[in-house]
Design a protein around this ligand. Sequence first.
Ligand code: NAD
Length: 270
Amino acid sequence: MSDLKVGIVGCAGRMGRMLVKQVTQTEGCSICGGVEQTGSDYLGKDIHGLAGLEPSGITVTDDTTHLFEMADAIIDFTAPATSVAHAKLAAKYQTILVIGTTGIAPEEQAEITESGQKTVIVQGANMSLGVNLLAQLARKVAGILDDEFDIEILEMHHHHKVDAPSGTALLLGKAAAEGRGVDHDAVADRGRDGITGARKRGDIGYAVLRGGNVVGDHTLIFAAENERIELTHKAGDRSIFARGAVRAALWAQGKPAGNYDMMDVLGLEG
Ligand code: NAD
């Protein structure tokens, strides 16, 4: 079987560079191109060179449509509005699309989900095996413990991150809400400041830290009278997300059109 031709949108970004490296080092796929925003300083630069690899002669362009035409699969870790536009292109050109972008609003998500009726879209707020396993544990533990146990989620990321709480924190909170059989958005307490009053029983609380170059730390706390369970995941570097995204692109080959997540890719129970 010939290699899966993979295109990277946002190929000069932090994740973009990781993805170029990961695709290049993974059997069964190869890089066919990469794009950046019009006006970017990286246009014309060698995409493998940017990823710290031997230059390949493939340069960064801003011709996104052409990339979707020629690629079998596109991996997209960019920004919400951009990922919505890419989902439409993927539907038009029947390209597999793997989206890692976070901070996607509900109305943007609805558009991506609609595009998933025409092509294969795999989305994950966190592409690592460890976090998806943690989400499964969160669902299970929340299903066993009742709301005597307060659920709190603490996350820390690098100072460049633009959305809060992180997509991963929300993914973990949603898994816990599912396990408890409650509507996440009705119980989520996403920020506390000032005289907030006592904690409401049954809430899922979020706390956000930003600083330095922390790739992503997440702790789920189940706190009751006199005892506390804490489940923690710490990302050492971004390669774990890139590995998951490339695995998703390979997994998606030959699948029927639809919206999939990392639980599907990793074969973990939802
Ligand atoms: P970044 O800012 O370093 O990279 C984003 C890149 O996308 C930039 O180079 C930007 O120029 C490019 N881009 C934006 N719009 C574009 C367009 N229209 N066409 C082409 N390129 C475009 O950010 P990052 O740290 O790499 O993170 C990107 C996204 O991925 C964020 O939403 C982040 O939260 C998410 N993320 C997800 C996971 C996961 O596992 N799902 C892991 C890490 C980061």
